[in-house]
Design a binder for this molecule. Structure first.
Ligand SMILES: [Zn+2]
Length: 296
């Protein structure tokens, strides 16, 4: 009798162990079946969040920390590589901003890479190198979102309807704000402004600002005294009264110039860093509009 009880208990335990084992396997299968999207950095991440909102079994990871800022000279970390190792698709800004892309392709030969700059024909060149900060232009941003959407519809068709609807709705919002820019900033067309951050060149082009950009590589504290003097002279000669900087830039040089010329400083947001919120870019460009409206 004892033997029978023992065998019964053994069978129950075995069944339980087998049950646990199969459940565990199922879990792993679920993780594996997730469609993993990795974006290179913040502006691209916000675009992807909008396109994929509510999509099933999709995970969107941002490679660089949101506070990294621009990706020039970025070095991949082991955490980055781990994220990309499991990615089904990697979405980059393009135009050479992700200088590590060859390394990625060499390491992960099968990694699908989306270049959001693929459909943008009007590129700004500074001294022979292409300015990669496309997303500050609403027009370009729309094209980048469209590029992401097309790639996801093709590569993750299970969610194609969701991607299509999200993209339409998001682009509608962006088009509306673009229209506001057009209506409210007409007076800025052709206006000369000095800018200490090259990220705004594409935004300025949208508005028609005649931007005198001082190349700082997002590091305006490196501006030489001679260069500063040049800028101040140009502003005096051409009667330029406005300076644009990024909200995260050090203000020291802008203040020096302002003190010498009496110019006004306007702090725009280049949307390179920010909150993890799909509406972040929309909020930023609305705030920028309010600041741009103050330029006289
Ligand atoms: Zn940059």
């Amino acid at each position: 009798m004892k033997k029978i009880i023992f065998i019964t208990i053994l069978i129950i335990v075995l069944i339980f162990v087998i049950f646990l084992f199969t459940q565990n396997n199922k879990k792993e299968e679920n993780i594996d079946s997730k469609y993993t999207i990795v974006t290179s950095f913040y502006p691209i991440y916000i675009m992807a969040l909008n396109v994929t909102d509510g999509a099933n079994n999709v995970e969107v990871l941002n490679m660089a920390d949101t506070n990294v800022g621009c990706l020039h000279d970025y070095t991949l970390t082991t955490t980055d590589m781990r994220k990309i190792e499991n990615a089904d698709i990697f979405i980059q800004n393009g135009l050479g901003l992700e200088n590590f892309i060859d390394k990625l392709l060499n390491t992960y030969n099968n990694l699908k890479i989306v270049d959001t700059s693929a459909n943008i024909s009007e590129k700004i060149e500074d001294d022979g190198s292409v300015n990669p900060h496309l997303w500050t232009s609403i027009d370009n941003n729309i094209k980048q979102v469209q590029e992401i959407s097309n790639a996801l519809i093709e590569n993750n068709p299970a969610n194609s309807e969701i991607y299509k609807n999200n993209t339409e709705a998001y682009i509608d919002k962006l088009e509306n704000i673009k229209e506001n820019y057009k209506n409210k900033l007409q007076e800025l067309n052709g206006k000369k402004v000095v800018c200490l951050n090259e990220a705004f060149e594409y935004l300025a082009k949208d508005i028609g600002l005649d931007l005198i950009t001082i190349e700082t590589d997002h590091n305006e504290s490196t501006l030489s005294a001679d260069k500063l003097k040049d800028v101040i002279n140009t502003m005096k000669e051409e009667n330029i009264n406005n300076i644009i900087v990024d909200i995260n830039d050090n203000l020291q040089n802008a203040e020096t110039i302002a003190n010498e010329t009496g110019a006004q400083i306007y702090r725009l947001n280049s949307a390179m860093t920010g909150e993890i919120d799909k509406d972040s870019y929309i909020n930023i460009i609305n705030e920028n509009l309010q600041i741009l409206e103050q330029i006289k």
